[in-house]
Design a protein around this ligand. Sequence first.
Ligand code: ADP
Ligand code: MG
Length: 729
Amino acid sequence: MSTFRFQTLKETANRKPVSVENLDKKSVIFGSNVFNDKAMRQYLTPEAYKAVKSAIVNGTKIDRNTAEHVAMGMKEWALSKGVTHYTHWFQPLTGATAEKHDAFFETSFDGSDPVEKFGGGQLVQQEPDASSFPNGGIRNTFEARGYTAWDPTSPAFIFGTTLCIPTIFVSYTGEALDYKTPLLRALNAVDNAATAVAKYFDKNVKKVTPTLGWEQEYFLVDRALAAARPDLTLTGRTLLGHTSAKGQQLEDHYFGSIPTRVLNYMRDLENECMLLGIPVKTRHNEVAPNQFELAPIFEETNLAVDHNSLLMDVMQKVGERHDFKVLLHEKPFKGVNGSGKHNNWSMATDTGINLLSPGKTPMSNLQFLTFFINTIKAVNEYEELLRASIASASNDHRLGANEAPPAIISVFIGQQLTAVLEELEGVSNGKLSPKEKTDLKLNVVGKIPDVLLDNTDRNRTSPFAFTGNKFELRAVGSLANCANPMTTLNSIVAKQLTDFKKEVDALIDKKGLKKDEAIFNVLREYIKQSRNILFEGDGYSEAWEKEAAKRGLSNHKTTPEALKAKVSKKAITLFEELSIMNHVEVEARYEIELEEYIKKIQIESRVLGDIARNHVIPTAIRYQNTLIENVKGLKEIFGKDFEQYAKEQVALVKEISEHIEAINSKVDQMTEERKKANNLSSTEEMASAYCFLVKPYFELIRYHADKLELLVDDEMWTLVKYRELLFIR
Ligand code: ADP
Ligand code: MG
């Protein structure tokens, strides 16, 4: 008997739900581990408080002296909560978060004067030994060191007994080495561009804040079972495993009642989120068995991105307490749905207006249409770049797999708004007659209902859908750092709004048009130019692939192909023009993402070779031997008549041998391809070789291994099976 697998199964059979402490009401505990407004008022001098607030709202700098005061207050607050260490908390390009803890504790070398210390210097800047973070060559060509610098716009928080200070991570020559730096620059760019446009409608607008509400999908698997699968442990997904007889076909999991063990995990996780100021709101079962979702109330984008990164970390930690391994991979299991992370995005003014929400008056609706149409135009211009921003080895499995949007980017806006855009396309050139103006105001712009929210048909197959008062980018992977797509989306919208402002102003200044006439004129042209990106039909269908190709939309199914758009002249110009990234930073990121892709596929390929040879083949041989013993025994009893009784067994022996042979030879061929790929000199060629020459072996090997799983005695099979991974909880 395969003792390890059955031991783990026994272990899981005895699991009891772990009880969870009932904390105070959410509204009471919310943010109590965050150095938020309330804590700052209590622990900072009025001057220091004002300086931090101004840094948050206006982006002003905090001088050294003030930083000293802030550090003092922060330390006092943290010590009052039993904190012993502090760390700069940042998001290097590995996709994970990074931290290095230092104790507050200090003493002189002879042990006298022990004291808890934390000064402005430690708050503002640190120098992590950065040489082992991915840098895409930046730090080799320029300067060997990088440093982290405090981001006052995202509040410090306490996790466990550590004070975590959100920071950016840059090289000494100023190049961004993290996700946050370009994101902050993109958010700033969109603020500038959108504020200028919003002033057409309301002079009082001083700031526009992009908002983000992500929805995190994940799988839970019992920790013991996951540990018994080398592929899950090392790659986050199953590389082998026959589908379970029951999967998601009964559609009985989605929104079903949440199992107690899981519910307790969720409650525990939500408690942690509340303390950390992550405003989680919804939880439910997802489509696949053991798949779940969690979503917060939307926030300012930088904070929302930090919160999602933090959440992914906290999810694992809380999982340990409940004997769960959390799978954030986009496609941990073949045959059931994968996981995504919808990014709901909009822009809000400091006057309290959601710029993507239809208003009550014709003028506020014209404002809505302006931002709505500009966003569509931006996506139309840069669809390839947006696709590149969500590319990863793991997301390749999900996009286009009939459970997630295809690799083609398109925009869904619903029937009503489609009709509105059609009307606007008919607006006259140049000056509008008084009748046309009135007509537009009354019958087109004035008639956009404010109940779109409920009327918008939610086309789940669209990668970028308008859902009433926001756009929802649905193609983001569950494992992704939202900063990557959010940097891109905000950059392209910033660029678009800047161009829009120029065009409108030119019509006003040179052609003498009134403001609203100029806006109508420019929007009309934008609608005409953006027709190709609008699609209301079934994004999963083959017909759409054909249609999209005719329209000239990109359809990059793999990461190496998709990523190329990141270093196109158009993309580099965009990022440089808006001062979001220079070409060195863009090229470095491209290099890093290709490298990451290569490494991921390389690891998967090695693990697959390993388990195919060390688990599957030996198990198959063991079972084959029992068959052979059986055939020998039959021969002993029946003599030359044995064949009629041993027919099936002999056939099985042969079949097993064929599968073994196929696996063995394919593992050899795959290893050869890997060797060849490793010898290629350019990262681009290597990524392409891993994608098109190594990866195709995965399915071929899997096919035979999964067939063997069906043939071999269940008691002998060493790898935990799909039905166990997906249904034990
Ligand atoms: P669903 O799309 O799941 O039906 P909702 O429309 O209620 O649900 O919202 C989904 C997500 O969209 C939530 O995380 C919510 O916080 C976010 N969201 C709502 N309004 C905005 C907005 N103006 N900007 C960004 N995100 C938003
Ligand atoms: Mg959604």
